[in-house]
Design a binder for this molecule. Structure first.
Ligand code: AMP
Length: 411
């Protein structure tokens, strides 16, 4: 084999497979990366990896074996198909019984996960009109598995599906109705598997009896918040595209829709250029002028960098304002769940967001808040707080594996 492999010897190929019983393979095929996880039936054991820099000569697979060993495998030419072939070859020995794909857009058609057939695959491809960067890569993943393992059942789990329970008052835009009826222009919402996972987990962990009303704040490089009552999404911050809503790492979130015409008139920018600017050069990066990574910005802010300080203040103000408004969608407000790289790790961000919501009677323990990071799961509200506060690390792979098994009647 000509792969450049560092740090290991393929010893995992002979490792004990008994701990990975009836595993499901979860694939998240993006435009330049493929994340994967092989998860045992009881969800206790997994093998994970990431193919990154796809499309470039530097493309490689970073694979963690069952024993925790790290492999790096080059992908000459960086083609998606080759990366998938190599990933599948690495995992074949574990005899996965099903494959679950994260698919970004399911349009109006899909309100839950579905088994892949010819029609479903066509729909995933057709919905590229709503997710041009993601759905084509997702379809490639399905086809690669189909070509190599035609007998293994595949399921697609849509990022949008969880939000299909939103009522029209939340999902319609106040624009001419023909655009909804003829062109499907509406709010869809994203990060559905993450919001579903952490809200279900919060309902398991709380002592309060249900039905529960949660606001889930998924704060990572992409950010969204969702109001969930009795397990159903009632409203969410992302809309037709993942650009609407909260301020994010490089995405602006909400701006005045009049901004586009104004920038066109003022600077002669094209719609493509404005779209690119709002998606890639805005958010924490745009305001700080430094980075989209909150750790870098927090460090600069501590050293007195004014734009970094403003970026953090704006991020928290906008998140708190959004959470406050989303509470209107809940018949009862049980609590807030923080997740995502920022939500799980930055206790200062959590505290600042809650400070923005100061009229809600929220009371929390600062020490408990600070103790929750790096994969820690727990609550940090005081007994006399009006609502509960939870940090729950998201696990989209586990949720996709679970929905895949359920869809196929395997659990
Ligand atoms: P994600 O997209 O969920 O991986 O989250 C990425 C974001 O989480 C980046 O902005 C990181 O800076 C942020 N993040 C990760 N760890 C920490 C940490 N310990 N403190 C602050 N932010 C963090």
């Amino acid at each position: 084999m000509s792969d450049s492999v560092s740090n290991t010897t393929f010893s995992d190929r002979n490792s004990d497979t008994s701990t990975l019983i009836n595993p499901t393979l979860v694939l998240n095929c993006g435009s330049s990366s493929i994340k994967y996880a092989l998860i045992s039936e009881d969800e206790s054991t997994r093998i994970t990896g990431l193919a990154e820099n796809l499309g470039l000569d530097t493309a490689r697979i970073k694979h963690t074996t069952l024993n925790g060993e790290k492999l790096e495998i080059a992908i000459p030419g960086g083609r998606h198909e080759l990366a998938l072939q190599k990933i599948l070859a690495l995992l074949e020995q574990y005899h996965f019984i099903a494959v679950g794909h994260r698919v970004v857009h399911g349009g109006r058609e899909y309100s839950k996960a579905v088994r892949v057939d010819a029609h479903v695959l066509e729909e995933v491809k057709r919905l590229k009109i709503l997710a041009p960067l993601h759905n084509p890569a997702n379809a490639l993943g399905i086809e690669a598995v189909q070509a190599l393992y035609p007998d293994i059942p595949q399921v697609v789990v849509f990022d949008t599906a969880f939000h299909q329970t939103m009522p029209p008052v939340a999902y319609r835009y106040p624009i001419p109705k023909a655009l909804y009826e003829d062109e499907k222009i509406r709010r869809y919402g994203f990060h559905g598997t993450s919001h579903a996972y952490v809200s279900e987990r919060a309902s398991e962990l709380t002592d309060t009896t249900g039905p529960h009303g949660w606001l889930t704040a998924h704060l990572g490089n992409g950010c969204s918040a969702t109001a969930i009552y009795d397990g159903k999404s009632m409203d969410t911050s992302m809309g037709l595209t993942p650009l609407e809503g909260l301020m994010m790492g490089t995405r602006s979130g909400d701006v005045d829709p009049g901004l586009h015409i104004h920038l066109k008139r003022l600077l002669g920018l094209s719609l493509e250029e404005i779209n690119d600017m709002l998606n890639n050069d805005s958010g924490l990066l745009g305001i700080s002028g430094l980075s989209n990574d909150l750790r870098t910005i927090e460090q600069a802010a501590n050293e007195g960098h004014k734009d970094a300080q403003l970026a953090i203040e704006m991020f928290c103000y906008r998140a708190g304002k959004y959470l406050a408004s989303l509470s209107c969608a809940l018949p009862e407000f049980t609590g807030i769940v923080f997740t995502g790289g920022i939500g799980e790790n930055s206790s200062t961000t959590r505290a600042r967001i809650l400070e923005v919501m100061r009229h809600f009677g929220i009371k929390f323990n600062q020490d408990k808040n600070q103790s929750l990071y790096g994969g820690g799961e727990g609550s940090f509200h005081n007994e006399d707080s009006s609502i509960e506060l939870w940090v729950i690390p998201t696990d989209e792979e586990c949720q996709i594996a679970k929905e895949t098994r359920q869809t196929l009647g395997l659990s």
